[in-house]
Structures are given as C-alpha cells and as structure tokens.
Design a protein around this ligand. Structure first.
Ligand SMILES: [Zn+2]
Length: 396
C-alpha cells in the first residue's frame, strides 16, 4: 500500500523506490510493526533497520534474517516485502509463545536493495564492508548518496560504523519469492537456494564495413549486423548445448550507422552469462569465442570481446540448505534445490557468515511487475519453513 498509486488496487502493485517518500512511509510502517512485536528497532548508519531479540547466551552471535521493502518503479507487492514481513511475524510469534532461543535473533529490513538507485544492494553492501567514504558523494536523481541516506535516518558521516566483521552472525537467512517459474511449473512449494549465480558480462564489438545498401552485391558485403545475428544465435546454442540452469543473453545491440540504406559497419553488443559455477561460465565463454571466430571468418568481419565484469557466485551454506530441507520436510512440503538467477542482499551476507535462502513460487514466474503474485498460503508456508530453520540453526 505504501507506493500504490492513489485510488489504485492491490493488483496495481507499488512504486516504492528507495529513498522516495513512499519508501520512508513503508519504513515507518515496518518500524511500527517491529515495536508491536516487542522489538526496539534501530536504524544503522546505512539506513538498514535492525531489531533484536535477546537469546539466553549473550556470548553467541545473532541469527540474522530479513529482506528489503524497496521496489523497482512499477513493481510488485511481494519482492522483498515477503521476507521482511515474515521476519517480524516470526519474532512476534516467538514472543507470544514465550520461546527462548540460545542465540540472539535479529531481523533486518535492508535499505535500497533494488539497483534502481546508487549501487544496488546499497544497505547490505555497506554492512559487508564494500564501501568507502567517497561513495557518499555519488549522485542519483539529483540527490547525493549522503542526502539519500539522511532521508531514511541513516548517518552518512559515520557510514564505516555500519560495517560488520566476518563472523558477526551465526548465519543469515532470507525468505524471498522465486521470481521465476520453476517451482510453480513443478508444483513444488519450497525452493532451497544453492547460491546466487556468478554473472559474466562481455562487451563485443563486431566490425565490418559500412557501405551502400543498393550498390554493394551480397557476396561483397562485410555486414556487422549479420555477424552479430549469427553470434546471438550461437550464444543460445552454446548455452543450451549442455544440461543445467545456466542462462545466456544478448541484451543490448547498438548498430552503426543504423540507417536503412547503409550496410551496418559496426555493431556493439553485450553477452551476459549466469550460472553458479564460474568454471562452467569459463567453458561456455570459450566455446562462444570459438564460434565467434568462425562467424568472423565466414562474414569477413572481426569480432572482439572485452570483459566488462565477472561477479563471483555467493554459495549458500550446505548446512543451511539441509536445515531448510528438514524444516520443509517436517511440514510435509517438498523441496527443490535451485540457483538464484537474481541478486539478493543474501549474496552480501554470504561474505560474513553461512547464508541460506528459501524461495516460494511466483505465479507465472512474473516479478518486477504489478502482476507479481505469490499465493498467500505459499507465503505462509515459506514463513513457517523459515521459522523452523531459525529454531534448528539455533540448536546447531
Ligand atoms: Zn528482492
């Protein structure tokens, strides 16, 4: 409801972009819920909201769990909200039932998870230590990062105090919607995330020769777009040539001169590959490069690759994956292990402690859209599984 257009319905989704007035209102609502659950919410210098319930052994590190409440522009009602609301519900339920845990339990509402603003994973990235003081001068939408953080009651002047050391948590857990269609298609209520995928991004330049589209015979052409088209198809063929959930995308194409009567002389395109295994990505990239060399020869063009970025995977801890499977099993729910193709705050927290994520089905696999939907009983099942994992990890 915070960020829903005025007069809109649930099915209109929300635009609750980080640092907006809607985000501020949603954060205030979360803080009220946390107070009602008996917590004493605290905003850290990065604008993350934490709430902690003491354990019986104060020497133990906390079990941290939560998610985010910011959305993409014109986003859905579930991405991030599910994990944030489940976290506060769990702490409320434990308080009502008077259950004591050994470890302190701490929930978090991460600030600015979506990459709509400065860096993406803004709040968790800072807590994981990926920040320098000068980052506060970054500008987005006419606002410095310092001012944005001040707007959500953070303290940019003390930003380094938000960093937590390695081992700060017993583990980090996050319940999230799948944002893909695998669980729904297979009628499996619980996904056990094996990790957040590695992403390799390449910028490719195809150089041919821009020439007259009317007077250059077909046999004499050095058409960069034709070569880029073959390469786009080759990416798909290589990526689907071995089993597994790996994905590859040619997502951006810039054609020069991009004119109806000129044979394209230069095309710049991106190739993005995702998988949990960096070795598999390296192997696929090598095969795509070999295909590119063949295509260049056949089309009398040159094809050059530049590596733009290679993000390593964030692997979920095996003991947490097993705890999720046992928790689901106790509730009579089937599970499936799967990678997360999308980024999450959990990937930052994996740098500090064992991490695990629980996925629940997204109807028709739609996300980052007002049509995003997860059935309420699937939401509740996810929260129940999370509660079981919290209690099991507390004993571990
Ligand atoms: Zn999310």
């Amino acid at each position: 409801m915070f960020g829903r257009r005025s007069g809109g319905a649930f099915s209109d989704g929300v635009s609750r972009v980080a640092y907006s007035d809607a985000d501020v209102a949603g954060r205030r609502y979360m803080i009220d819920l946390m107070r009602a659950a008996g917590l004493d919410p605290r905003v850290d210098p990065a604008g993350n909201i934490f709430g902690r319930r003491a354990g019986t052994d104060a020497s133990l590190p906390p079990i941290l769990f939560g998610s985010h409440i910011d959305s993409v522009p014109n986003g859905g009602n579930f991405d991030g909200d599910l994990g944030s609301l489940a976290a506060v519900s769990i702490l409320e339920a434990l308080a009502k039932a008077n259950v004591r845990t050994r470890h302190p339990l701490e929930m978090v509402v991460w600030s600015a998870e979506e990459s709509a603003t400065f860096t993406g994973l803004n709040g968790s990235r800072i807590v994981a230590g990926d920040v320098k003081a000068s980052d506060m001068d970054m500008v987005w939408s006419g606002m410095t990062r310092a001012d944005a953080i001040r707007k959500i009651d953070g303290a940019p002047d003390r930003i380094m105090d938000a960093i937590r050391p390695h081992g700060a948590h017993h583990c980090y857990l996050e319940l999230h919607i799948e944002q893909g269609g695998v669980l729904e298609r297979q009628r499996i209520p619980v996904g056990v995330v094996e990790g957040i995928v590695s992403i390799d991004l390449y910028e490719v330049t195809v150089t041919g020769f821009g020439n007259h589209a009317g007077t250059t015979p077909m046999a004499d052409r050095q058409d960069a777009l034709l070569a880029a088209s073959y390469l786009t198809i080759a990416v798909r063929q290589v990526v689907t040539s071995e089993p597994g959930p790996q994905v590859g995308t040619v997502g951006r194409l810039a054609v020069t001169p991009n004119s109806p009567n000129v044979i394209p002389g230069v095309v710049r395109l991106t190739i993005e590959l995702r998988d949990l295994s960096p070795e598999k990505l390296a192997r696929l990239t090598e095969r795509i490069r070999l295909r590119a060399a063949e295509i260049a020869r056949d089309t009398k063009t040159s094809i050059e690759f530049t590596t733009t970025s290679q993000r390593p995977p964030a692997i979920a801890a095996v003991e947490v994956q097993r705890a999720i499977e046992r928790s689901a099993g106790r509730l009579g729910l089937t599970t499936q292990r799967m990678p997360s193709g999308a980024g999450h705050d959990a990937q930052m927290m994996a740098r500090l402690s064992p991490m695990g994520m629980i996925f629940v089905p997204s109807v028709r696999g739609i996300s980052h859209s007002p049509l995003e939907l997860t059935h309420w009983d699937d939401c509740a099942r996810g929260a129940d599984v999370l509660l079981g994992v919290v209690l099991e990890m507390d004993r571990a």
